[in-house]
Write a protein that binds this ligand. Structure first.
Ligand SMILES: O=C(O)CCC(=O)C(=O)O
Ligand SMILES: [Fe+2]
Length: 326
């Protein structure tokens, strides 16, 4: 791998653009020498599709997070390598594992409760896993600040400047497993109308909210067929999810209906699984510190079929309305 880099500058460029991912997959000594070379170069940081400049101002504000005080200078190493490989008993609550391993129709219903039409809530992640993931994200974010990397921004509607796209951290593989082995079976049961059984890609990120900033997420639908949103803690007030009706692309801004409104508090470790086009916002976090992991899961089959379809009255509240009026 280092030889290839020495001999082939174009590979070097590609590796540079995918720096964190490359580093996590490489042996330790390669990581170190690769990082030294990157840091020695007098070139701008890697470009990203949607990027944010991390400013000194933000670095200062970060000091109020629970960030460990000692950082490996300019070298990125995972704090918790065990996060990068699927380990069901270390990641998930026993009740969740029992549900996944049981008969879907019966065991899912025991653990997963509907909190709104087609929003299901269930205890999912172990507290220890949530704590490690938050610390890992903070470590990565801090590394990006200190080395002046540009990192991908998460949802543009999210007003908090603190977030990390998890594939940037090298977590694509473990999250692929999470989607295939755990999210897909549940989505097959609850979200078949939007390709819940054929999920084949995802964009996943962690958002961090600090009470002092009063940040939340504005009204939106996700760029997903099915979204998994798990509260990672810690102690906070505010941050409730506000759902307000499923709408197809043609009716995203149509009227709210009282019977569709649902407000659900975020509970550490608890997952909410919802239809991606279920309109929602997230109330500001008023005090404390809140972290959330979001997975936008997509189905390329459903997206292809959607191009030829105009009527979604089997789930879109407005298509349903119009069907009644016609
Ligand atoms: O951060 C959250 O709690 C959820 C954000 C969200 O809805 C999104 O990014 O799609
Ligand atoms: Fe969302």
């Amino acid at each position: 791998f280092s030889d290839a880099l020495d001999g082939r500058p174009e590979v070097f460029e590609v590796m540079e653009q995918h720096l964190p991912l490359a580093l996590y997959n490489a042996p330790r000594d390669v990581k170190l020498s690769f990082m030294r070379r990157i840091l020695a170069r007098d070139t701008p940081p890697p470009r990203a599709l949607r990027e944010i400049e991390i400013t000194m101002h933000r670095q200062k504000r970060l000091s109020s997070y629970e960030i460990p005080s000692i950082y490996p200078l300019n070298i990125l190493q995972p704090l918790y390598p065990q996060l990068y490989r699927m380990n069901p008993s270390g990641f998930f609550m026993p009740s969740f594992l029992r549900a996944i391993r049981g008969d879907p129709l019966e065991s899912f219903r025991d653990v997963m409760r509907p909190v709104a039409p087609v929003v299901v809530a269930f205890p999912m992640l172990r507290p220890g896993f949530c704590d490690m993931l938050v610390a890992e994200v903070q470590n990565f974010y801090m590394w990006a600040c200190t080395t002046k990397q540009k990192i991908l921004r998460t949802n543009a509607l999210n007003t908090s400047p603190y977030g990390v796209v998890l594939s940037d951290m090298g977590m694509q593989g473990v999250l692929d497993d999470l989607m295939k082995q755990f999210v897909s079976p549940i989505s097959t049961v609850f979200f078949s109308e939007v390709g819940g059984g054929s999920l084949d890609s995802h964009v996943s990120f962690v958002n961090l909210y600090h009470g002092d900033d009063n940040n939340g997420t504005d009204w939106h639908v996700d760029d997903s067929e099915v979204t998994l949103s798990v509260c990672l803690g810690k102690e906070f007030t505010g941050g409730e999810m506000y759902f307000n009706g499923r709408r197809c692309e043609n009716h995203t801004t149509s009227m709210e209906k009282d019977e569709e409104k649902v407000i659900h508090p975020q509970v550490p470790g608890e997952a909410l699984l919802h239809h991606g086009r279920h309109r929602h916002s997230v109330f500001p976090t008023f005090s404390g510190f809140r972290a959330d992991m979001t997975m936008w899961c997509r189905s390329s089959v459903f997206r292809e079929l959607r191009k030829y379809k105009t009527d979604f009255s089997n789930w879109c509240g407005e298509c349903k309305n119009l069907g009644v009026q016609m």
